[in-house]
Design a protein around this ligand. Structure first.
Ligand code: FEO
Length: 395
């Protein structure tokens, strides 16, 4: 892939990974991704902004060589140190032997860990800058977007912001600019939900920090480079980071997976109990619910009730998938409860309760287990659970 100039003396020199379909085990990458590295040249020195995933190093080096002798690289700025951007650092340092690695203070130990050796890292923070000769790298701390060491780098002379993974997307298109590639709105949102969402407060803080910068181009570490309507992209993030408004009534979501309809009946009774106690309730069948599409709703809820039948001594897969998706959400202080029907062992309820506690929900009401076909007594117990769960929110 050839270098692409995005501003005078600033080139994209990254790698395109068209074939990847699962990123970091947990994310889909249906349109592939890119590992964006940039070369910034001034009149007296030049810098790399991050590197690329290790297996792309050879083509990456070839691209760099079309612009500069790697031995002439003076700085390698690591806006953060995840291996998709730092995986080539060691080999790059072998080529650029006089280059100094630049990172936030938090990045130093990670860099040493990536290289498995000691190294003299130049640490930078808010207000620090490096003059490359008519081109200045300014550094902005942006911790937890999405790692503790994350920082942004800004080239004021050309209005180019390198915000690391922030505002990125897993989307590959060799045209690289937002006004040239196909629609990648879905990829932006998916990326936000999986990478930035757990750190909304930090995202707002960072956007406040950069609000007055004269930004003309946003060059993230993945996906298209943004150079049109930057207010739209930042506005999206502002909206996605917004805290959902509280309603007048407690909001309870009831989720279930049911093999023969018994756990479904329990879910309906839990919902009835919640309504009787004054809650607004929505019931979701996890066999047909994409939790990724209701993350805002989950975050806005006051309580979650989760039911699963027990099969092979465990909660069923759609329930575990749902419980796994809770990891990126702010749930502390919400209430949770579990219920489920079973044949002979009934472990699902216990496992659901453990998981709800692990993602910081309080579990104020003991779960309800019903053996074989549910009866009126079981359903009444579920109704009571719904009432008590709602009551714990009101308390
Ligand atoms: Fe794209 Fe956090 O690495």
């Amino acid at each position: 892939m050839s270098a692409i100039e995005l501003a005078p003396g600033i080139h994209w020199i990254g790698a395109i990974d068209r074939d990847i379909r699962v990123f970091d085990v947990i994310m889909k990458a249906e349109q592939g991704t890119t590992y964006n590295s940039y070369l910034v040249r001034g009149s007296k020195s030049c810098a790399l902004i991050e590197t690329v995933k290790a297996r792309f190093f050879d083509s990456y080096l070839s691209t760099i060589k079309t612009l500069v002798d790697p031995a002439q690289i003076d700085y390698i700025v690591m806006n953060h140190t995840e291996p998709d951007h730092s995986g080539s650092l060691d080999r790059m340092l072998a080529e650029a032997q006089s280059a100094r690695v630049v990172s936030s203070k938090n990045g130093v130990s990670f860099i040493k860990g990536i290289l498995n050796r000691d190294i003299d890292v130049q640490t930078v923070g808010d207000g620090d800058s490096i003059d490359l000769g008519g081109v200045t790298l300014e550094f902005i701390q942006a911790p937890f977007l999405h790692r503790p060491d994350t920082m942004f780098t800004f080239v004021r002379e050309h209005g180019v912001l390198f915000p690391c993974d922030f505002l990125g997307s897993h989307f590959s298109d060799e045209r690289m600019f937002d006004d040239q590639v196909d629609d990648f709105g879905h990829s932006r949102r998916y990326y936000f939900d999986h990478i930035i969402r757990p750190f909304k407060e930090f995202a707002v803080r960072a956007m406040d920090k950069i609000a007055d910068l004269p930004i003309r181009v946003i060059a993230p570490s993945h996906g298209p480079i943004l150079r049109t309507d930057l207010d739209k992209y930042l506005g999206e993030y502002r909206n996605w980071c917004a805290v959902p408004a509280k309603g007048d009534k407690p909001r309870v979501l009831v989720f279930y997976a049911s093999s023969y309809g018994n756990t479904r009946s329990m879910a309906e009774s839990v919902a009835e109990g919640c309504r009787e106690a004054g809650a607004e309730v929505t019931v979701f069948d996890l066999e047909v619910t994409d939790a990724g599409s209701i993350l805002d709703e989950i975050e806005a809820a006051d309580a979650l009730a989760v039911g699963s039948c027990t099969i092979n001594g465990d909660a069923v897969k759609p329930v575990w998938d749902f419980l796994s998706s809770l990891a990126t959400l702010k749930l502390r202080g919400k209430a949770g409860a579990a219920f489920g029907c079973y044949g002979w062992s009934g472990e699902a309820v216990k496992y659901i309760e453990e998981r709800l506690k692990a993602v910081k929900l309080k579990v104020p009401v003991e779960g309800i287990r019903a053996q074989m076909m549910v009866n009126q007594q079981d359903l009444e117990a579920c109704r009571k659970l719904g009432k008590e769960l709602t009551g714990s929110v009101n308390a």
